[in-house]
Design a protein around this ligand. Structure first.
Ligand code: ZN
Length: 121
């Protein structure tokens, strides 16, 4: 057993212009991860979440989807210290969720900007 030393977990992040890092090291412990994932599961069963999905709108691209097509997304990913609380979870379509992965909102803004530009064109 390693006394208090967590195994270093690296997560790949998509290389973007201006970003030199292609990975980040998570400082979140396995125990915290498990706890937040369980909390997310519980949150998914709440009326609050069901109502959110029933609205049928992706938080990021704002396109319309069937409730079953929306997944729970953490604005600040759990692996980066985000919590499974109402203020940090939003319904997202699979495409946005895939694009986002473990990005932080600031990194993710580039994607959102691109989405918006596409709409204007
Ligand atoms: Zn979306």
């Amino acid at each position: 057993m390693l006394l208090g030393i967590e195994k270093e977990r690296r997560y790949k992040v998509e290389k973007q212009p201006g970003h030199s890092m292609d990975y980040f090291i998570s400082t979140v412990t396995d125990r915290e991860l498990k706890k937040e994932k369980q909390k997310a599961r519980d949150l998914r069963k709440t009326q609050w979440w069901k109502r959110k999905c029933a609205e049928g709108k992706c938080y990021y691209c704002e396109k319309e989807f069937l409730p079953g097509e929306l997944t729970m997304d953490h604005i600040v990913p759990v692996v980066r210290g985000g919590k499974s609380v109402k203020s940090n979870v939003v319904p997202a379509c699979k495409e946005c969720n895939n694009q986002k992965k473990h990005s932080l909102p600031i990194e993710w803004e580039e994607y959102l900007d691109r989405l918006k530009k596409k709409e204007i064109e």
